[in-house]
Write a protein that binds this ligand. Structure first.
Ligand code: FDA
Length: 583
């Protein structure tokens, strides 16, 4: 496929979660790609950690789900979200999060074969890197993009080895800019962004402190320390679990109008001790870094031959833990499309569907994360904290919260409401999983989306309506259990039919041969290749026994038919040609 003009078919700029995922998936598709990263290796600090079920499904497709699980803090240790005056101090409120509470666990279990987990970015990235290298992906660290330009035929990147200063160009047909929030590509190619930046300043202090005695009875991912006399945004210091229960990121906000914070080891250790509330706990500072809250999204995810993925396209606060997740999922959407175009299986217009499908997701994610940060204000108000308040007044307010007085009762009601509001950050299953696409790579079946029964941000409602992710159902094959999620993906299209759908399976095989594309057929039903013993798939599939569901390589439903049609081969052929933007 490669000609002398091109060093690679795809240049991936950046080796964070978005770039590494793209790199591994491109290699899986056999695409000649080069990935560059200006840093010497993968992330050297924890940063992102919440890894949701959809992302775990991508890792399952890449064969690294188990490895990630081995290294991650499991879902059962993620649950308790604690608000307290210090680890040793008064606990003010608690919420079971990330689907681990009894009221939400079944929703999460029902929605995916995968579990949410907590894996810090510096532990996760090497696993994705390994998956990419196992597939012979070419990844060049220490290699910075200096200049990028594009023409009708390709993209030219001038790159520099940072350790030697040596410069050379890489010419490719396409480029995926996964170079993060401060990336070069979007700036140089003039991508325009909507939103605002610099909405708040934060400090991350990565530290070691054995807090087992304060956490074992309430294991969780986030401990919000809210100390009287300190009203600044999300509290006095939020502890993010990096390694139970000895390694943490202490995160706190500051207002630059009050001057830059003292980030000396002494000052941050003092803050850690104050928020732990126990000076006997030994604290060792590993790293201190600063970051900003941004609320930005690129107006276009594609300009010509260049695509933005991950933070390069959208930047938002860490609330809801959607940064890495959205980045990995961007690449999962994009790579199969580029691969199909490069292999000549799809028309160039297929690539426009990346923006059409992922931009609305990015919009929802940046807005939700920003709103979740703002939605934490009522907590501080319910604790009775106010700007400029003295510590004594703050403690009096907390005492009032526990008092048998009309104000105390009112404050407790306000607190319960404020805590419930946090479900939109910590149990937002609909936001995490419910991404529905509309584009020319989704073929309408003439039906409308099923009506929602519950809050769409909090609850995921599975559907096979074209554009939806495939619903998860447990199936049986011999004595093996498999999910519907497992029988699709793998870089291919899949057609799923029921007991009366044999002609659809034949059609899938005919269309696959005729168009030379990866398309496999599976039958699900009693006594079929995959037995639907629990009847889960029959309940979820929304098509008849003689109907079918066509699933794209990224596991989103491309199209469905409710029944058999007169000529399944030509129907399927037309659908596939349409969704692949073929004339
Ligand atoms: P990322 O920034 O990770 O990577 C960019 C890559 O581009 C790097 O490899 C870099 O070397 C490379 N690069 C940059 N410029 C280059 C150039 N000129 N040439 C070559 N290479 C270049 N997310 C989440 O999902 N769950 C969570 O819980 C959290 N929590 C969280 C907490 C805190 C405190 C922060 C600050 C952030 C989070 N996030 C998060 C967000 C998360 O860290 C972020 O969204 C992802 O790292 C984005 O991944 P990308 O791959 O897009 O970019």
């Amino acid at each position: 496929m490669n000609t002398a003009e091109f060093d690679a078919d795809v240049l991936v700029i950046g080796a964070g979660p978005a770039g590494l995922t793209a790199s591994a998936l491109l290699a899986e598709h056999g695409i000649n790609a080069i990935t560059i990263s200006k840093h010497a290796g993968t992330a050297h600090s924890p940063r992102a950690h919440i890894t949701n079920q959809r992302t775990m499904e991508v890792f399952r497709d890449l064969g690294i789900e188990e490895r990630v699980e081995e290294l991650a803090v499991p879902n059962e240790l993620m649950g308790n979200n604690v608000w307290a005056t210090s680890f040793a101090g008064r606990e003010l409120a608690r919420l079971m999060t990330w689907g681990s509470g009894v009221d939400r666990k079944a929703d999460y279990d029902r929605a995916s074969p995968c579990s949410m987990c907590n894996i810090p970015q510096h532990v996760l990235e090497p696993v994705i890197l390994e998956a990419a290298r196992e597939r012979d992906a070419a990844i060049r660290f220490d290699t910075e993009l200096v200049e990028i330009s594009q023409d009708e035929n390709g993209v030219t990147g001038l790159v520099r080895r940072r350790s030697t200063g040596a410069e050379y160009t890489i010419r490719s047909r396409y480029a995926i800019a996964a170079d993060g929030g401060g990336g070069t590509t979007a700036k140089q190619l003039g991508f325009e962004f909507d939103g605002e930046e610099g909405l708040g300043c934060a400090v991350n202090v990565w530290l070691e402190a054995d807090l087992s005695r304060y956490t074992r009875h309430r294991p969780g991912t986030l401990y919000w320390i809210c100390q009287p006399g300190n009203d600044y945004w999300v509290g006095s210091g939020t502890f993010i679990c990096v390694k139970p229960w000895t390694e943490w990121v202490m995160l706190y906000m500051y207002d630059p109008a009050d001057g830059e914070p003292d980030l000396s080891e002494e000052a941050v250790t003092e803050r850690a001790h104050a928020t732990i509330g126990d000076r006997d706990v030994a604290v060792r500072i590993k790293q201190v870094s600063q970051w900003q809250i941004n609320h930005l999204i690129s107006r276009q995810y594609r300009e010509g031959r260049v695509f933005l993925a991950g933070d390069a396209a959208h930047r938002h606060p860490p609330a809801n833990g959607l940064g890495t997740n959205t980045s990995v999922q961007d690449s999962y959407n994009l790579v199969w499309k580029i691969a199909a175009v490069l292999r000549g299986e799809a028309g160039e217009d297929l690539l426009d569907t990346y923006h059409a499908e992922r931009h609305p997701v990015g919009r929802q994610v940046v807005d939700r994360a920003m709103k979740s940060v703002q939605d934490m204000r009522p907590l501080s108000q319910a604790f009775g904290f106010a700007p400029g308040q003295s510590a004594e007044d703050g403690w009096r307010s907390l005492d009032e919260l526990q008092s048998d007085t009309p104000t105390g009762r009112q404050r407790r009601e306000a607190l319960a409401e404020a805590v419930a509001l946090q479900n939109y950050q910590f149990n937002a299953h609909g936001v995490e999983l419910g991404q529905h696409y509309t584009s020319t790579a989704i073929v309408d079946d003439g039906t409308s989306l099923p009506p929602r029964h519950e809050d769409p941000e909090l609850y995921h409602q599975p559907s096979t309506h074209p554009g939806s992710p495939i619903p998860h159902a447990w199936l049986q094959r011999g004595n093996q259990r498999a999910s519907t999620v497992d029988i699709v993906g793998g870089g291919r299209f899949a057609l799923i039919a029921g007991i009366g759908g044999a002609p659809w399976i034949d059609a899938a095989s005919a269309v696959a041969d005729e168009m030379s594309i990866g398309l496999v057929g599976h039958r699900i039903g009693y006594g079929c290749e995959y037995d639907d013993l629990f009847g889960e798939w029959s309940r979820l599939r929304e098509v008849g026994d003689r109907g079918c569901v066509l699933v794209r390589p990224d596991r989103h439903i491309a199209w469905r038919s409710h029944d058999l049609v007169a000529d399944p081969v030509s129907t399927l052929r037309n659908v596939v040609r349409q969704l692949l933007s073929l004339p």
